[in-house]
Design a protein around this ligand. Sequence first.
Ligand code: HEC
Ligand SMILES: [Cu+2]
Length: 344
Amino acid sequence: MKKNWQHVLRFLPLITLLALLSGCGKDGVSALEPFGEIAREQAKLMIISFSIMIIVVLVVGIIFTYVLVKFRKRKGQEEYIPRQVEGSAVLEIIWTVIPIILLAILAVPTVAKTFSTSDTTSKSVTKDAVVINVTANQFWWEFEYPDDKVVTAEDAVIPTGRNVIFNITSKDVTHSFWVPALGGKVDANPGQTTKLRLKADENGTYSGRCAELCGASHALMYFNVKAVSNDDYKAWINAMKDGASEPTTASAKEGQALFKNNCMSCHAVDSKDAGIAPNLENFADRKNIAGFLDHNKENLEKWIWDPQAEKPGALMPKRGVNNNLTKDQIKQIADYLFTLSVED
Ligand code: HEC
Ligand SMILES: [Cu+2]
């Protein structure tokens, strides 16, 4: 007979898996830790279905254990076959009706909430709503505010407590727009516009993810949603319209000239322009570089030197590695990009 600890070993993979999974959903990136109306409704639905599931598993488990014990083969007992039952109207009705009741309990809130949370057109929803057009690209996100003709990338700014309607599409392959703490998720398909409504309860920065395998750097296709007060939101829109401040130091001025020659074919620094690369008008205000790197000059220089080394498959040429730009020039460009701010 095996020793007791050998049996315990069999549970090792399960224990490891539980330990790993318990690390998921930290830093407010959990659909079960909602910070907005939509996410809260969705979390409730998950909890209802999970509760029903637990009840079913418990009841079946108890009956199963009871039967195992009650009808086990006892000591000294010869071959024993229990009484054979064939067809029982009562039993069959019971196990047909119970699932129907459970599914009905599940269906009523699910159908209702599916319609109410995906409502992006009724008056009560659009009345105070902000519209943002989202374009997913390998491997970055563009956000356009059509009512104000403002474009930004990677970090969307939204007003807290107001409905935000995202019109989502893709320039290349299928991506998926997901902000776990606020709700979601919705596919971004090329040639099609999908809609998602979100609302944040509190000011804060909520992390977003691409949730559809879309290429080499799918797992790094992060973005942020910054919820700010309504006044700050309006101030931000106006500041974006006014444009970024001009560089003042000699190094940043050099950087600006280099940027014009080497980078402006793809990147705009005027928030009016959408493009084939992230708009950088408020680059200095972003939480991350390229959606995921810590926002500091060292990382920015590394990024410009060799983007693919940081983000495999990124569609930005290696200016540094290919010797078009020296390390000093890249430093100057980094100095310049860190002046691109619309915040005070
Ligand atoms: C061929 C077009 C192209 C050129 C030229 C180009 N880039 Fe990019 N750049 C991109 C693309 C595409 C991305 C998005 C990559 C990603 O995140 O997957 C990007 C991303 C970036 C980012 C991160 C943006 C953010 O919002 O965090 C910075 C910073 C940047 N580029 C700076 C530069 C600089 C500086 C130059 C000139 C030396 C340059 N780029 C030249 C296409 C280009
Ligand atoms: Cu993606």
